[in-house]
Design a binder for this molecule. Sequence first.
Ligand code: PLP
Length: 458
Amino acid sequence: MDISEKLRKLPSVDGIISSPHLATLIERHSRERVVNTLRNILESYRQSIMKGKDVTVSDEAIAEDVSAVILDEDAPSIRRVINATGTVIHTNLGRSVLPEVVVEAIKTAATSPVNLEYDLEKGKRGDRDSHLEKLICRLTGAEAATVVNNNAGAVLLVLNTLARRKEVVVSRGELVEIGGAFRIPEIIKASGCRMVEVGTTNRTRPGDFEEAVSDKTGAILKVHTSNYRITGFTESVPLKELVALGGKTSTPVVEDLGSGALIDLSLFGLPVEPVVRDRIEKGADIVTFSGDKLLGGPQAGIIAGRQEIIKKINKNPLKRALRIDKMTVAALEALFRIYLNRKALPERLPILRCLTRPLEELEGIAEDGAERLARHFGKGALIEVRDGFSEIGSGSMPGEEIPTKVVSVRHNTLSPDRLAEIFRKSDPPIIGRIHDDGFLLDVRCVDKGEELVPSDSL
Ligand SMILES: *Cc1c(COP(=O)(O)O)cnc(C)c1O
């Protein structure tokens, strides 16, 4: 059969739509949808034939294709995945997994009317920040606080409020870029401010700031170098000195902490990350930090600090544009209440639980997973449990690694890339990482060994 003959043999939409094979699909999904899908499928058949490919065209085969396309279109795009990457707060995997009580609070806010902006005492309009401000103040020692959509928004809003059409003085050693195109110089510009860089990449001294601060300065900015460390011949200006200069010159000092911790994580054997309360005590006028990094909550940007500045921020029209929704309000409230009772914290906060799991527990999961994987892959596979390192991720504690157990998967005929693909295409997808000549599954964020086994047989 030549190509034109094959094309002629293709049924038309009208010719096939009344086939009994399509009847159930039409009943379930509407005639219009089946017709549209058919049209696309027949067109793709046509393309294939023109490229010289063989295409089997029976009513039955076409109906199966229609069904597969519809099923695929209706499948949710957001899916649960197994995080075996070893990065606990993985931005690409949605950062923090939320505590159960937080999920409950979100559910309440999502499924019923709530007093989001309604004062139940007075019976009139209330304020959505009222649910959170006192809690943030209790946890950080700040006078006042507000919350926006994320920490990038928080920095933008703070700088725009304090320094629009003015200068923001910042050390060259702190011009951070974090993932997703957040760069301090660009955020300063987008905030309507002019950046004045001082010092050098590795050394900035108090005198550099003193020289730069003038009556044109709207804010002194300190940025936590979340995702990198400058080591060697270095010097940076401690917050205390910036605060002294800010006091002398009546210039507000703003610190972007990035992750920010509400408690001293070294209490749980974790590396030290700046604690918000400490920065407020040291005199920062405003501190901003994320809700979904080390805090372990929903995406949010928290702004804590001086009352008069928070008041100004709340009057900025950008605040309205960046405000959080009712589910985030509910989630943050529940999260902050967990922090008020520190003892139970590692049990109640999933990210802290992941970060503090004992090695023996991880080893048990890794051994179990390895056994199951050996059975799954059979001959040709080399599956081993090894020591490894997890990282916190999202720019928290760069260079600090936490000992963990990993399952290494190698195979005679399957390359590491191919193995990664097999795991990724599992249901749920299992995301590991490629290292040297193998594929690694870190069990730190994995509950059970069986979660490491791909759903499809080879
Ligand atoms: C992560 C980070 C941000 C951005 O926070 P998001 O909540 O992701 O918007 C800003 N500054 C620093 C230093 C960060 O580490």
